[in-house]
Design a protein. Structure first.
Length: 87
């Protein structure tokens, strides 16, 4: 079995997580109400972003999502690589 790249998985999930929050956040700035439930969930995950609004919130929440995605991607690849047999 092939091993997962720690750097690759870290980068992929960081981009995916941060990109999703930024994409929905930016659309919400121009179309209020869009993605409200998703953004409310993001506010519950990152409560320190609640006091920010507008562009500041989008970039703060996206940065937090990038960091979360990177940590989760690294841990996922690291744990996966521990369970596959070494070749």
């Amino acid at each position: 079995m092939q091993r997962l790249s720690l750097k690759g998985m870290t980068a992929a999930l960081a981009i995916l997580g941060g990109g999703a929050v930024m994409f929905v956040g930016l659309i919400n700035l121009f179309q209020p109400g869009y993605g409200y439930v998703f953004l409310d969930m993001i506010n519950s995950i990152y409560p320190w972003c609640m006091n920010a609004a507008g562009w500041k919130w989008v970039f703060m929440a996206s940065g937090c999502a990038v960091a979360d995605g990177a940590v989760c991607g690294f841990l996922l690849a690291w744990i996966y690589n521990r369970f596959i047999p070494k070749t």
